[in-house]
Ligand binder design. Structure first.
Ligand code: BG6
Length: 495
């Protein structure tokens, strides 16, 4: 079954600062290629790479060609399309302080007001300010210009406000596109369809019918040697942004429309209703961990400390977080949201589990089996899909026996199409001027306000993160966190 509907976007000048970096190569170029291949834009558009590295057009084109070769599925690569796509690329060497570089960039931009102008800042946030100061000049700035930024947008509320202030001096909020790539994932957007395009869920989507919610984002890879990770840790890297966004989409009230601000207003209300986890409650409601290596005859996996350079050894950065979040409003009072995320866990899986309450009374006797409470599992990746766990009668003539089965909607089996990458949607939403899937400043700041006290309590604590063995589900404290409430984590084998 084909599901794609391609709506071409107007021609654009996409200026990518930090064009020589990994994000451009691994994510932005392949995503743009897929959109080009689908005919969503053509050679009328330009992709202008900017960086202080002394490259020329040819070098950038070569790198773009390699990126397509390496990161685009082979069946989507064809020489004629690649040649046309690469013809959109050009490059400007520009150190932020270098006047000549800016003049060259200015000359590569087209004056025509119908051509959408977007600036993607794939650079460290400490140079947002000098870049924006230049972009404020008449030759670059125009009311319809857009600026795209992504995390890390600060390491706490204060630093995030500084970054946002620097951007706001030049660009108004409706020109700013803050990427959280989880919002670009098909299955995350599907949460909106699931909740608001079906009648059956909304009446039971509340504390009267839902016992608790679990959000797990597990990765099997390690933190690697990314210097940034040690400064950040799992709470800032995954919870402050991606996981809180998922929580908002699950918990928010139905917005009046899918207008960007209507949706973001509702997400903001959820963030503001999160019960603060501060001081003493941090010990009860949160667990942090750090992976240790394993070596056996068959495998050898380095621990987090082993991967760090000498001057960082002894780091207390967490590579795992589990926590119990509570939302203080009418819909969710008394319904915990258990969250866990980490590196080097047993498998790579992201899923949301809506655990319904038990039936109020069973008409079946014990020998027939106890009815298990229903559960809706929304699998974001891999094997995207939705499963509804429900009870049926075990087939056969042997009398009444209850059995749990699941209704399974597997996206891969239902839709033949390739699942687009998050950046495909997001990069072109910028051109379309659609901010629905981007974080508004107040959302970002509300998320920091909730996360900061947890971080501060951890920093003040004398004990380090709990160790866990690479390839497991995290420290034992994570199991204790949920079992204390008489509940258990949904495991892969339950799926
Ligand atoms: C990024 C984090 O934002 O998300 C990474 O910085 C993490 O540490 C990644 O690995 C996970 O994204 P995905 O799309 O692979 O789930």
């Amino acid at each position: 079954m084909s599901s794609s509907r391609i709506i071409p976007v107007p021609a654009f000048d996409y200026v990518v600062f930090g064009a020589t970096g990994d994000l451009t190569r691994r994510k932005l170029i392949p995503a743009l290629y897929y959109r080009f291949k689908d005919g969503q834009f053509d050679e009328q558009s330009r992709i202008i790479g900017v960086s202080r590295t002394a490259w020329d057009d040819k070098k950038f084109k070569d790198v773009a060609r390699q990126a397509v070769g390496e990161f685009v599925e082979k069946s989507f690569q064809d020489k004629e399309t690649i040649d046309r796509f690469i013809s959109c690329f050009s490059y400007v060497t520009n150190d932020v302080t270098d006047k000549e570089g800016w003049a060259e960039l200015r000359d590569s931009l087209r004056e025509d007001e119908n051509i959408v102008r977007a600036f993607y800042l794939a650079v460290a946030p400490n140079i947002f300010e000098p870049i924006c100061t230049y972009l404020a000049r008449r030759k670059y700035w125009r009311e319809s210009a857009r600026v795209v930024v992504e995390k890390p947008l600060g390491h706490d509320l204060e630093s995030s406000m500084e970054i946002n202030d620097a951007i706001a001096k030049v660009f108004s909020e409706d020109q700013v596109y803050r990427i959280d790539h989880y919002l670009g994932k098909e299955t995350v957007q599907n949460l909106l369809a699931l909740r608001f395009a079906n009648k059956m869920f909304e009446p039971i989507w509340n504390s009267a019918h839902i016992d608790h919610v679990q959000i797990s984002v597990a990765e099997s890879v390690g933190a690697g040697t990314r210097g940034y990770y040690d400064e950040s840790g799992a709470l800032r890297d995954m919870v402050q942004n991606h996981i809180l966004q998922l929580l908002c989409l699950v918990a928010m009230e139905p917005p009046a429309s899918d207008d960007a601000n209507a949706l973001r207003d509702e997400k903001l209300k959820v963030l503001r209703s999160l019960k603060p986890i501060t001081g003493e409650s941090v010990g009860r409601a949160t667990v942090r961990g750090q992976y240790r290596g394993v070596s056996s005859e068959t495998t050898s996996v380095a621990g987090y400390q082993d991967e760090l350079p000498d001057d960082k050894k002894g780091s207390r950065t967490e590579t795992f977080v589990a926590l119990k979040a509570e939302i203080e409003n009418w819909r969710w009072a008394g319904v915990p949201f258990y969250i866990r995320t980490g590196k080097r866990l047993a498998t790579r899986v992201s899923e949301i589990v809506i655990q319904f309450r038990e039936i109020p009374h069973s008409i079946f006797d014990r020998a027939e089996g106890a009815p298990k409470a229903n559960k809706l599992v929304i699998r974001l990746q891999p094997d995207e899909g939705v499963k509804l766990f429900m009870m049926i009668k075990d087939p056969g003539p042997g009398g009444m026996r209850l059995r749990e089965v699941h209704l399974n909607l597997s996206f891969a089996e239902t839709f033949a199409d390739r699942t687009p990458e998050a950046y495909e949607r997001l990069l072109l939403d910028v051109i379309r001027g659609n901010q629905t899937l981007f974080m508004r400043r107040d959302e970002l700041e509300a998320a920091w306000r909730w996360v900061d006290p947890i971080r501060e309590a951890w920093d003040a604590a004398s004990e380090p993160p709990q160790p866990y063995t690479a390839g497991t589900w995290g420290p034992t404290g994570s199991v204790a966190l949920i079992e204390r409430d008489g509940r258990t984590w949904h495991e892969e084998s339950d799926f």
